[in-house]
Write a new protein. Sequence first.
Length: 165
Amino acid sequence: MGMSVTISAATEQDAEQIFRLQYLCFQSEAALYGNYRIDPLVQTLDSVRDEVVSDCVFVARLGEEVVGSVRGRVTEDGAASIGKLCVHPRLQGHGIGARLLRAAESALAEERGATRFRLFTGHRSEGNLRLYRRVGYETVGTSEGADGVPMIVLEKAAGSYAATA
């Protein structure tokens, strides 16, 4: 393959690829819960476009192709909510998700003043939970998604990076 995956801020031109990638990536998540109405699958292209413009959105690219993405925004309490992390199924397991997370965390802390980061993931999403714990997130509670899926809430303080990348 020889081409390296680069991480950069998303532009409006990326919205359509992010939209399609998200739809592909979250099929397995939907299957895990037997729920195909989860937010990443019902989100509209216009809504993705709005998020790219207003939120902190990063993409992983392999050449011209968007193969990963993540979104974050700072909420009222100084915490940044990070979500919709996805990596193309054929490129999973190469650390791209961790790199996307790190890019989002840095930008949210440095440009938008986040003091801590918060993630929500489905209670059965073992792969996600493993990644988040490995990069320093700790479970702080549970909540129920709008779609009825029980979510695990994880947080970490800004500036507390796990020793291992």
